[in-house]
Design a protein. Structure first.
Length: 628
């Protein structure tokens, strides 16, 4: 009898669930349960389907009008992610403007006890959000997720809700990356200024308790040691009364006891557990072993939330000036990447992400680098495929006069913290980089920035080294300002750009320069974080911009690196061509602006340049992981 009642209840629930899924309103809204990536909580819903968009630089103050609008006049249909200026290579497109997005939707679960958040994975750059005509929050900065609570007082449980987002991508000198002008008066910048909702938007349902912090950090004291895994979960009680919250979990199938706590209304609570993993299967690019970590949050007997992620046990340390993975000295080779696409700009899809990772693997890379935090799915692919990641925040060529400003440093600190909190559970991330090419002759302002950033990053994550990528100029000399860094990345353009006073024009100066860097920083791990030459045509080997020059360039530079046994790695810039900025020449006498052409793969069709094969051969012949 009991059994039948349960079965009946179950089938009613299942039919109910099926009906909810098939709800015409939801299907029309394009809302689907789950995220397009794997790791994370199970309470998210993708806000897919049709969105509306309009370009409207004068639109300030129009949000209320947009709210009352009963038609779609003035709007065009779009989908999200979206980069509104993909394919527009004009100066105006690079400088930026203002665009508006609108999404009309029904809640996928109408029960009154649920709270709702909206989560944006990446919006470039300044955004302001309205729900049903009332502003609910704003954000500054791209490439990192942020969320806003949808106030209960504004939310319609039954009717249509309207989300309106104003996105302003006009760059300022204090932005990451900053605006500026090139010598020819064009907007500066290291990659195209794509405006829009560049990554997905989700609704997040909160059944009283939400997870606001998730850390699963394996500690491996030595390569043959047992590992100890720390799980630390922060929850928040959205409800009006205190709740007894119980969290259970597992790591690689072994139980984690996180316990039960009373969490007051609107309060946070931290749950900790530590377990030992005997004889762990270690993660490395050669053998990317992952452990499944699963958590369930309950209030009483009622499950309110599930969370799953994939962790990896490995250690990355600077040992006597050499980066080691699981105790072995690294000499990795890899490529820099951008999440760019000729049609979609930075609003790329899963297929494109998988393609980038597959191309890096085909080249024989064991490390990838980008100037900004990547899409969450990229990290999961790197975890699975065994690629190390140089993870950087877009504190890119920020001038000292701006780095000096408190607001700029606050934003940099927030980006560093957000990057660590959002991405720290990925075994692929080998280090946190705090920037790229700040002044090559650092003074007290940069020293202060470095010291604060290193202390902050170490406090949040003591398990990873901290790096900075610097322009490789002999005139910079040895810099005491770098003292706290674990890793220095050298951007090597010897024999490509002339550099100030022609100091890097001659490639024959590279070897001595690298040795001088080693002499300056004997206890830091040193990488070549970039090297590259533009190529878009056949021609003489001595002529910059030819495929033959690029081949000769990569063979020469890789040959020099092979003679530096103390080097921890070298990263070619870049895997594939990308849009950079109007009137870009990149040192090529016959450029194809706005395309950056140092890539080994062409932008439009991904086809291979001759140098691809030289790099591939060299990477294959290099003992990158110190094995054997
Ligand atoms: C650099 C930058 C990179 C550029 C590259 C170049 O140092 O870090 O973003 O694309 O030089 O090609 O000039």
């Amino acid at each position: 009898m009991m059994r039948t009642t349960r079965l009946l209840a179950l089938s009613i629930a299942l039919v109910g669930a099926a009906l909810a899924c098939a709800s015409p309103a939801l299907a029309a809204d394009g809302i689907t349960r789950g995220t397009i990536y794997h790791d994370g909580p199970d309470n998210r819903y993708l806000l897919g389907g049709d969105w509306l968009f309009r370009l409207d630089p004068t639109g300030v103050g129009q949000a209320q009008r947009f709210q009352r609008q009963t038609t779609t006049d003035g709007w065009t249909k779009t989908s999200v992610p979206n980069a509104w200026n993909a394919g527009d290579n004009s100066v105006a497109s690079m400088t930026g403007t203002t665009g508006w997005y609108r999404k009309d939707f029904h809640l996928p679960d109408r029960r009154a006890r649920m709270d709702w958040l909206v989560r944006f994975e990446s919006v470039n750059y300044r955004s302001k959000v309205w729900l049903n005509g009332t502003p609910i929050g704003h954000n500054t900065g791209a490439y990192l997720p942020w969320d806003l609570r949808l106030p209960r007082s504004l939310l319609k449980r039954q009717g249509t809700n309207r989300l309106v987002i104003r996105v302003d991508n006009r760059r300022l000198r204090t932005d990451f990356p900053p605006s500026g002008l090139t010598g020819s008066g064009d907007p500066a910048g290291g990659w195209w200024n794509y405006g829009g909702l560049l990554r997905e938007v989700y609704l997040q349902r909160v059944d009283k308790i939400d997870i606001t912090g998730m850390l699963v950090r394996p500690d491996l004291p030595c390569a043959t040691c047992d590992a100890s895994v720390l799980a630390r979960i922060v929850v928040r009680n959205y409800g009006d009364d205190s709740s007894r919250v119980r969290i259970t979990g597992s790591f690689g199938g072994k139980k984690l006891a996180l316990g039960t706590k009373a969490v007051g209304s609107k309060d946070f609570a931290t749950f900790d557990a530590r377990i030992k993993v005997r004889k762990p299967r270690l993660w490395s690019p050669a053998d990317p072993q992952l452990y499944d970590a699963k958590f369930t949050v309950r209030v009483g007997d009622h499950k309110v939330l599930g969370y799953e992620l994939h962790s990896g046990i490995r250690s990355i340390k600077n040992v006597g000036g050499h980066l080691t993975l699981n105790g072995r000295p690294l000499n990795v080779r890899g490529v820099g990447i951008h999440e760019d696409d000729p049609v979609k700009g930075f609003a790329i899809d899963s297929a494109r992400r998988a393609q980038i990772i597959a191309q890096a693997k085909e080249l024989g890379a064991t490390v990838i680098r980008s100037h900004y935090p990547l899409h969450p799915e990229m990290y999961e692919l790197a975890d699975r495929e065994g690629l190390l990641i140089w993870s950087e925040i877009p504190v890119y060529s920020v001038k000292t006069q701006y780095l000096k400003r408190l607001a700029v440093r606050k934003l940099a600190a927030r980006e560093l913290e957000d990057n660590i909190r959002a991405n720290q559970n990925h075994p692929s991330i080998m280090l946190w980089s705090i920037g790229n090419e700040l002044s090559a002759r650092p003074g007290p302002v940069q020293q202060n920035y470095i010291e604060r950033a290193v202390r902050q990053a170490k406090a949040l994550d003591p398990s990873r080294p901290i790096a900075l990528a610097v322009a490789g100029y002999p005139s910079a000399g040895c810099r005491p300002q770098y003292a706290l860094l674990d890793v220095i990345g050298v951007n090597d353009y010897f024999g490509w750009y002339p550099g100030p006073n022609g100091q890097i024009a001659d490639r024959d100066a590279l070897s001595d320069f690298l040795d001088s860097m080693r002499a300056c920083y004997p206890n830091k791990a040193i990488f070549v974080s970039e090297f590259g030459a533009e190529a878009n045509r056949d021609g003489p080997v001595e002529e910059k911009g030819t495929y033959q020059f690029q081949q000769d360039f990569v063979n020469f530079h890789l040959g020099i690196y092979a003679t530096k046994p103390w080097l921890s790695g070298a990263i070619y810039w870049a895997l594939q061509e990308f849009r950079v900025r109007p009137n870009w020449d990149g040192g090529n006498p016959h450029p194809d602006s706005p395309i950056h052409e140092k890539g080994l793969l062409r932008f439009l069709d991904g086809s291979k340049k001759p140098a691809w094969f030289d790099v591939q051969r060299n990477f294959a012949a290099t003992n990158q992981l110190g094995l054997g």
